[in-house]
Design a protein around this ligand. Structure first.
Ligand SMILES: [Zn+2]
Length: 477
């Protein structure tokens, strides 16, 4: 079932509910205590302890981001507040096909709601988890991919990370780029995002799901159709069902055996990474002339003690222009050793340090091909961006020799082109004179014909005159 937002819940109702549902509440408390005991004794059964079989239903609150005057991201014809509502409704619809779950929504219409109102409502209904749905835009329209933001504190971090790991797995399985699971703090040292700050106050695990970026061509195929938004809703619902180990006869899905390694509850705040990667290095390999440009092999390595790399970009004109950001993934199968990259799903050290991003430690190395324009030498530099979009640059490498091979290699194709053009011109020219010469011949023939006829006529006339004169002469004589 799902519930519309109620504006007030009277104290009487709460007391009456407590009395009526005392046995059920006792069960819930018993389960919670069991879960805590199991957690501290290291028993891996967090998913099972929250599963719905024979127990009080899980209560979740879905928050479609923005609404009313607060439209959220706007891109072309897309309005974020409308998109999040479509996703949220599909998520609710899908979740209601599972047993043992109660679904609440902060809004089901296009209305304004403050962040406080949203989280207060989740607290009122006793939500176990708060899911805040969003779509992203970046200031310079240069980012793409999906990401999740979670609280930096205690069990809100741990449970947030657990859910986000499942959510990100499903999102990236569709092909979206993995921008990670992150925390962000404000100057006061509390969560930067208001809903997460308020979820902390209410002690509810919460998550902000940024499904994809509206303003990047890379992500357009992932949202530009209504059906895709519905798919996001189903995907989000599946992640919830997996997280809580739910079962649906209607969907023929049973996640009651689904388990995962629970993230340990950190003892300190899990700080975001606020420092750039320590170094970016690059070594260049072979260059190859392809079509109208050069491709140069580049082995890029970067190291950040706090988190993994996210994108790379490059310049070939000394920094005047930078390429788009590319995925930090090898574009070349070169047998390089990616073992230094221990992946993102290893947050075990999250609790052991308070300066860690909580995701992973990474030194990454990728082998890629860079496109360089032919015909000019250039100063090449690489940027590597970490999970938090902080970047460092490599040294500059002045790459020469792009010109000379261009001339050498181009002397073969280019003269051909010129030759072809010349030939074409020659053909045109030869055609034209030929054409012209055919016309001239005709003219000459006609002229000759006229001349011949003229001579003939003249001869006849002359002959006639001569004959006539000789007759007259004979008569005179
Ligand atoms: Zn948003």
């Amino acid at each position: 079932m799902w519930f519309m937002r109620e504006d007030s819940i009277s104290v009487k109702k709460i007391i009456r509910s407590c009395i009526l549902y005392y046995p059920a509440m006792s069960m819930v408390w018993a389960l919670l205590i069991t879960a805590v005991v199991m957690h501290f004794t290291g028993i891996r059964a967090y998913a099972a302890s929250e599963s719905s079989d024979g127990r009080a239903p899980v209560k979740i609150c879905i928050d479609p981001g923005h609404g009313g005057e607060n439209e959220g991201g706007l891109w072309e014809d897309y309005v974020e507040k409308e998109m999040t509502l479509i996703v949220a409704e599909a998520m609710r619809e899908e979740l209601l096909k599972y047993d043992g779950i109660e679904v609440y929504m902060t809004r089901t219409e296009d209305v304004d709601m403050s962040l406080e109102e949203r989280v207060d409502y989740a607290a009122e209904v006793g939500a176990d988890f708060f899911f805040c749905l969003h779509f992203n835009l970046s200031a310079d329209h240069d980012m793409y991919g999906a990401e999740c933001w979670i609280s930096a504190f205690d069990k809100k971090y741990a449970r947030g990370y657990d859910f986000a790991s499942i959510e990100m797995k499903l999102l990236t399985d569709t092909g979206l780029y993995d921008r990670g699971i992150k925390t962000r703090l404000n100057s006061k040292g509390t969560n930067y995002y208001g809903v997460l700050r308020m979820c902390d106050l209410e002690d509810i695990p919460g998550i902000i799901i940024e499904h994809c970026h509206l303003d990047h061509e890379e992500d357009v195929p992932y949202y530009d159709h209504h059906d895709m938004l519905v798919e996001y809703g189903k995907l989000d619902a599946t992640a919830v069902a997996m997280y809580y180990g739910l079962k649906s006869d209607e969907l023929g899905k049973d996640f009651s055996d689904y388990t995962y390694e629970p993230t340990p509850v950190p003892s300190k705040c899990v700080r975001p990474d606020e420092t750039e990667p320590e170094y970016v290095d690059v070594s260049f390999g072979e260059t190859e002339y392809v079509d109208d440009h050069y491709e140069i092999t580049a082995d890029i390595s970067a190291y950040d003690p706090d988190c993994r790399m996210l994108y790379y970009s490059y310049t070939y004109d000394g920094g005047a222009h930078w390429s788009k950001r590319y995925r930090w993934e090898s574009t070349i199968e070169s047998g390089l050793d990616p073992s230094a990259d221990d992946g993102e799903n290893s947050p075990d050290d999250a609790g052991e340090t308070d300066t860690n991003s909580g995701t992973d430690t990474n030194s990454g190395k990728i082998s890629v091909r860079l496109d360089l324009p032919a015909g000019r030498d250039g100063s090449v530099r690489i940027r590597a961006y970490n999970l938090y979009n902080l970047h460092s640059e490599s040294e500059s490498f002045y790459i020469t020799g792009l010109t000379e091979p261009v001339i050498e290699e181009e002397t073969e194709p280019e003269p051909e082109v010129e030759y072809t053009d010349i030939i074409r011109e020659d053909e045109d020219e030869t055609d034209a004179p030929e054409h012209g010469s055919v016309l001239t011949d005709k003219k000459v023939a006609i002229l000759l014909g006229i001349l011949a006829v003229g001579i003939l006529v003249m001869t006849i006339v002359l002959a006639a005159i001569i004959v006539s004169n000789s007759r007259q002469g004979r008569r005179r004589r």
